[in-house]
Design a protein around this ligand. Structure first.
Ligand SMILES: Nc1ncnc2c1ncn2[C@@H]1O[C@H](COP(=O)(O)OP(=O)(O)O)[C@@H](O)[C@H]1O
Ligand SMILES: [Mg+2]
Length: 201
């Protein structure tokens, strides 16, 4: 029996890691097999690509989109699809919608263009449910501590475009993506996520 594939999207500081940790504990408490992974990364190749993406010189937008896609293809074939076929609930911290919002919309490549390169290898690996943690970047970025990566250092205008991009992507996939207000407390957000689960899965 195929497991369930759930992705969590939103900007840095939205609370993705916090909520995925809670959700995985909750689901394991129900006796489910849970696999947590992240993008870019989640495989040896993917983690190397993650380093390249986050801590080197700016790639041109097309290169950026293709490197994210390469990391995703590796993760899909080597981790996500095998886990789903073994019945796992797979929780992924960022997935294709991040590419659509960041490279497609904020970098201006076009959501449809970026969708095209991802459709090439995604095939049967679309999420069953996507939680979009929506929040004003002025608020989410203030939550971050420590050294910033290349994308976190982008200006506020870029971060606002990313938010706009995520909301546009939601309009294209209203049945798959559920928007959750990420300005609330972690407890409230978690309860909203569980509600979305009960309704959609
Ligand atoms: N709902 C929330 N309200 C306030 N602070 C939060 C909330 N959720 C998470 N945080 C804090 O904000 C920071 C970023 O959260 P994190 O879960 O790492 O976000 P992300 O993975 O989306 O970057 C952490 O220090 C976390 O404890
Ligand atoms: Mg995180």
């Amino acid at each position: 029996m195929r497991g369930k594939f759930i992705t969590v999207e939103g900007p840095d500081g939205a609370g993705k890691t916090t909520q995925i940790t809670r959700l995985s504990e909750h689901l394991m408490g129900q006796g489910k097999k849970v696999k947590v992974t992240r993008e870019p990364g989640g495989t040896l190749l993917g983690e190397k690509l993650r380093d390249l993406l986050l801590f080197t010189e700016n790639p041109v937008p097309e290169a950026e989109a293709l490197i994210y896609a390469a990391s995703r293809a590796q993760l899909v074939k080597n981790v996500i699809l095998p886990a789903l076929s073994e019945g796992y609930v797979v929780l992924c911290d960022r997935f294709v919608d991040s590419s659509l919002a960041y490279q497609g919309w904020a970098r201006g490549l076009g959501i449809d263009e970026v969708l095209k390169i991802n459709k090439w290898f995604l095939k049967e690996c679309w999420p069953d449910l996507t939680i979009l943690l929506d929040i004003d970047p002025e608020v989410s970025l203030k939550r971050l501590k420590g050294e910033k990566d290349r994308l976190e250092m982008e200006n506020m205008e870029f971060h606002k475009k990313v938010r706009q991009g995520f909301l546009k992507v939601h309009k294209s996939f209203p049945d798959r993506i559920v928007i959750v207000d990420a300005a609330k407390s972690p407890e409230q957000i978690f309860s909203d996520i569980l509600q979305a689960f009960d309704k959609r899965l």
